[in-house]
Design a protein around this ligand. Structure first.
Ligand code: VG1
Ligand code: CO
Length: 560
């Protein structure tokens, strides 16, 4: 079949720089003529030669179902066909969760994947869209590739598009657009099969069967994980339909913010506390984040979550029983709870910059099996993205395992048990969203000056004595690449920390993230409320950063 390929003249758009996790902008920006085409062309041209390049490539394409997905899918078809891509593997209606895309890339030995999501950012005509490229290992493109994409967008003059009819993604099966083969698949089945190879479904079913009153509530937040959660909890594990809520993906997530934290998953939190649920969990728009809560207001911070999963991994999860745990890793702002588990187990542990792309090299080199971020991201080397539903299954596995030994153990009990072994790392993050960029930059500049002058070293603030201060820099031990300027750290003599960094995922204004952490090995404090325990340190953080005067904000938008 001959397909006519057109070369279209275009001009660069400013700001097509991929952030922490791909390019995220308002839908209206993506809707500008040529805007999306420019970026897709830049991706196709940046697929590294070492990965085979675009010609002859097999790409997995999937998104979280948000508004504008349909239009972008057609752009990908036309530009891929023109670029000589051989095959696109696409989810039905274009819907596949981020972790499921990562799995599919690996399973099908694809060249890479294009993910159409702005993750936890709201969707709809007035909100966000996003595009991200993943490599053949299933993980987000590393900085050398995202920099290459950005460089191309700055000088792009034309793109190539194939004149092919509109593709219907609502039918499973194989079709063609010119020479390009398009396989439309059910994005849920392979993923559920993968979970079955990781977790002991029989042990989990046994637990539910012998604890008939144990109530679970999963909140899909009208994002992509609804169908996954329904299949898993209702169809596979046999829980009642009342165990899932907001499980239908909606293009605007029902007008809500699909971010699983105590603020945006408020409905879930209320229901778990008021309706006697024992376990509650939510995932974000694209399915890579998770939040775990228990009855009676038990909240598992993501930093504790990854530490607890690492603690139980080999006992409670067959995948780790079989493959072992090679090492652990966390992003820099994530609390040190995971390091304590690594030390006790004699494992290597790593501290990487914010963003999942930094874990991939460690995993490929078999030096990291379990990793996490404080931002509700938890995962393992089964794929190369964080994985919300996996984390929820890991927790259910742990609950089943612990209850076998000590029946009646709640989420709260599991937390306290962990603190009794390791001590407790109190941790909180304050987000100040959509602040004025200049104020945020000036605040960071001033802190950088304090690093350079060293004037705070040795001084005490509110009883906390400053030990070191730096702007975090990461030296990748696998490929030797260096990533500078990854966040200001103020580290105190008692190991408490304050971290300040600017978000790389927002689409409007700047978002300041302030992280505070304080360790306690005093059992009398383990049950204390986080905000009270951290109050003195938060006061120090606000004083040292002068956040209020730089941003004009008295209160954060979200406290985690
Ligand atoms: C945020 C989180 C970071 C996470 C990233 C992508 O980035 O802090 O830990 O990896 O989002 O998550 P930033 O630069 O805004 O702090 V997701 O679920 O949006 O892909
Ligand atoms: Co996400």
């Amino acid at each position: 079949m001959t397909t006519s390929i057109k070369t279209v003249s275009t001009q660069p758009f400013e700001g097509q720089k991929p952030g922490t996790s791909g390019l995220r902008k308002r839908v209206k920006i993506f809707q500008q003529p040529h805007y999306t085409e420019n970026f897709i062309q830049a991706i196709l041209d940046s697929i590294p030669k070492s990965e085979g390049g675009a010609v002859g490539a097999t790409l997995v394409v999937g998104g979280d179902g948000r508004y504008y997905l349909d239009e972008v899918l057609q752009v990908i078809v036309k530009l891929s066909a023109a670029a000589g891509v051989s095959k696109l593997i696409v989810g039905k209606d274009g819907i596949v969760s981020t972790p499921a895309v990562s799995h599919l890339i690996r399973q099908r030995k694809a060249t890479g994947g294009i993910l159409l999501t702005a993750s936890h950012n709201p969707g709809g005509p007035d909100n966000d869209f996003g595009i991200k490229y993943n490599m053949s290992n299933g993980g987000p493109a590393p900085e050398n590739v995202t920099n290459q994409i950005y460089e191309i967008t700055k000088t792009i003059k034309e793109y190539k598009t194939a004149d092919v009819p509109k593709v219907d993604f609502s039918q499973l099966g194989t079709q063609r657009a010119g020479d390009l083969v398009i396989e439309v698949i059910d994005g849920v089945t392979d993923y559920i099969d993968m979970l079955k190879s990781i977790f002991d479904f029989d042990a989990i079913k046994d637990f539910f069967n012998s604890n008939k009153n144990y109530k679970v509530l999963f909140d899909g937040m009208n994002g992509v994980t609804g169908p996954y959660g329904y299949r898993l909890f209702v169809e596979e594990l046999g829980l009642p339909e009342s165990s899932v809520m907001r499980f239908k993906p909606l293009p605007d997530f029902g007008g809500a913010h699909p971010d699983p934290n105590l603020t945006y998953a408020h409905d879930l939190v209320e229901r778990v506390n008021n309706e006697g649920y024992d376990f509650g969990a939510a995932s974000d728009g694209d399915g890579d984040r998770n939040m775990i809560i228990g009855g009676n207001h038990a909240f598992v911070t993501p930093s504790d979550s990854v530490a607890i999963i690492a603690h139980y991994a080999k006992d409670a999860i067959p995948y780790f029983k079989k493959n072992g745990v090679h090492g652990l890793a966390r992003s820099m702002p994530t609390s040190l709870a995971l390091d304590l588990v690594a030390k006790k187990q004699g494992l290597e542990h790593f501290e990487v910059p914010t963003g999942w792309k930094f874990f991939g090299n460690l995993m490929d080199a078999k030096r990291c099996s379990i990793c996490g971020e404080e931002s509700f991201g938890t995962g393992s080397d089964h794929i190369r993205e964080k994985d919300g539903v996996w984390a929820i299954m890991a927790w259910i596995s742990i609950i089943a395992f612990v209850n076998k030994q000590s029946p009646g153990s709640s989420v709260h009990d599991i937390l306290q048990k962990h603190y009794n072994i390791y001590g407790r790392n109190f941790f909180s993050r304050y987000d100040y969203e959509d602040v004025e960029g200049k104020g945020a930059d000036d605040m960071v500049s001033r802190l950088s000056e304090k690093i350079n002058s060293g004037e705070w070293i040795g001084k005490s603030f509110g009883g906390f004595q400053v030990k070191t201060m730096d702007n975090f820099s990461y030296n990748d031990p696998i490929d030797g690449s260096v990533s500078n300027g990854q966040g200001i750290r103020i580290i105190f003599e008692d190991t408490s920390r304050i971290v300040v960094r600017l978000s790389g995922t927002g689409s409007q204004g700047a978002t300041v993230r302030l992280y505070v952490e304080k360790y306690s090995s005093n059992p009398a404090e383990y049950a204390n409320a986080t905000q009270e325990a951290l109050k003195p340190l938060i006061d120090v953080a606000l004083e040292l950063s002068q956040l209020e005067s730089y941003t004009g904000r008295k209160e954060p938008t979200v406290i985690t």
